[in-house]
Write a new protein. Structure first.
Length: 492
């Protein structure tokens, strides 16, 4: 399977954790940036899912004035919710009236004030300009004339940086707890007042965001609170904005933890799939989010080997959102995930101008390899793969399905590596690469993909690699030998 390597420097770790901490200097929602394709702009941020899983999806921008954007009386009656700043002219302009202390509008403004307060160490510092040997400021020189490499941090500076980070983390936690208290007060004051549903939704947004930030730091009470919120707000009003955001926040949490802890705690991958399915079923009108969530959850489960959960996500994607591009892609993947135990249908033109049908190979074990010359994992596994097939050539054969676009590159690779397998490869350039009919039909998304087919044509494995091929060849072929069944006489 294609592996994805990630590296984290100490500075990068600090940045990511500080993103999780939230609160201070910014009023954007928490995101988990784990992929180069993820956008770092606020316009492309997601209120519900780490950016990784929803490239290009742009939810509605959050207001800088929650009371006004939520349709509060302060906005609808034309009364500004914030105090206007003086213009600096001789005569000061009229100052808008401050909301009454303790009112929902006041509570929301207090939350905003907390969120934009600078963190310790964020205050701007006046630094003396760097001087060159002749006493001239370095900033006046052209960049190409300078060679002022940054010096590495000293041990004392590293300790101070760590201490500052811990202080900031502590302050962020305190502020998130303060936001939670203010938001809960606003929710309590507006929950039974339909005319203040806007303020209620704004308070829920801030509450969920603060709880999520604390949960991502490992706070168990906040993890439980995010789960409870999804249940409570859905029961209160199933199709409300608060119900949608609460469930989306839970998906966000489970997805983030699946990315961070999935290898050692697979329960988070299962939770991600479970609550993604719940979101898509509860809020079908949220199609843009649902299809991307389902595709992300399905792929995550597939890579983790949790195939039943992957099947569930792909199946819902195909049945509930059948007209979307994601559903069309999922059809092939779902077909592939159902292959095990079924007779394989596989045929196509080969590079030497013939047509190959796997039925003609009945009586032998068949190893099907989807590959490409540019797929490094395939190249790394090739020596082990060829050695194994050489050892078992009396009982097994290989069929390659190449996903390159350039025929010349394939021919050069085959000659260099001395591969003699028959290679299914379309003469039509439009049907090459990921557009290969077989790749589309079976939803191939990883190279190499290696399948094992027994002498009767039944698929026994669809997730093999070169290291596990030999033991599976022996295991699958052994019953045919024990039963004294000649491979050539095996039938469908």
């Amino acid at each position: 399977m294609m592996s994805v390597s990630r590296w984290w420097g100490s500075a990068a770790v600090c940045c990511v954790v500080m993103m999780f901490c939230g609160c201070g200097g910014s009023n954007g929602s928490t995101q988990v940036a784990q992929n180069d394709t993820a956008s770092n702009t606020e316009e492309e941020s997601s209120d519900g899912l780490p950016t990784l899983a929803i490239p290009g999806l742009k939810p509605a921008a959050k207001p800088t004035n929650p009371a006004a954007a939520a349709g509060s009386p302060a906005a609808t009656k034309g009364t500004p919710a914030t105090k206007a700043a003086p213009t600096g002219t001789a005569k000061a302009q009229a100052v808008a009236k401050e909301p009454e202390k303790g009112s929902p509008e006041w509570l929301l403004l207090e939350i905003q004030r907390v969120k934009v307060m600078p963190l310790p160490g964020d205050e701007p510092k006046q630094e003396k300009p760097a001087l060159l040997a002749d006493g001239k400021p370095a900033e006046l020189m052209e960049d190409e004339d300078l060679d002022l490499d940054e010096k590495p941090l000293t041990a004392e500076e590293e300790q101070e940086l760590k201490a500052q980070f811990e202080r900031s983390k502590s302050v962020r936690k305190e502020r998130n707890l303060q936001i939670i208290k203010l938001a809960e007060s606003c929710i309590a004051a507006t929950a039974k007042k339909p005319e203040q549903e806007g303020e209620f939704d704004a308070a829920v947004h801030y509450l969920l965001d603060a709880r999520l930030q604390l949960a991502l730091q490992g706070d168990t009470a906040s993890i439980d609170a995010v789960y409870d919120a999804a249940k409570v707000f859905y029961e209160r009003k199933p199709q409300s904005a608060s119900a949608v955001e609460a469930q989306l926040t839970l998906v966000n949490l489970t997805h983030a933890n699946a990315l961070r802890y999935g290898q050692t705690q697979p329960k988070w991958i299962q939770e991600f799939a479970k609550h993604t399915l719940l979101f898509a079923n509860r809020f079908p009108e949220e199609q843009a989010r649902s299809v991307t969530l389902l595709a992300a959850a399905a792929r995550t489960c597939e890579l983790a080997g949790q195939l039943e959960d992957a099947k569930s996500c792909y199946s819902l994607l195909v049945t509930k959102f059948k007209d979307t591009p994601q559903a069309q892609q999922a059809q092939g993947v779902a077909r592939r995930l159902q292959l095990k135990g079924k007779v394989l249908e596989l045929a196509g033109p080969t590079m030497d101008g013939d047509d190959l049908n796997i039925e003609s190979l009945r009586g032998k074990m068949v190893v099907v390899v989807f590959w490409a010359t540019h797929a490094r994992p395939f190249i790394e596994q090739l020596p082990k793969l060829t050695a194994t097939m050489k050892k078992y050539e009396k009982y097994a054969t290989v069929v390659g399905v190449n996903l390159d676009a350039d025929e010349t590159a394939v021919e050069a690779f085959l000659e260099k590596s001395s591969l003699t397998w028959p290679q299914i490869f379309s003469p039509n350039r439009a049907l090459r690469g990921w557009n290969s009919p077989l790749a589309v039909h079976y939803g191939i998304n990883t190279l190499p993909t290696i399948w094992l087919v027994d002498p009767t044509g039944v698929v026994t494995d669809t997730t093999l690699d070169a290291d596990h091929l030999e033991p599976r060849l022996r295991e699958v072929y052994l019953p045919f030998l024990k039963n004294a069944v000649k491979p050539a006489s095996a039938t469908k």
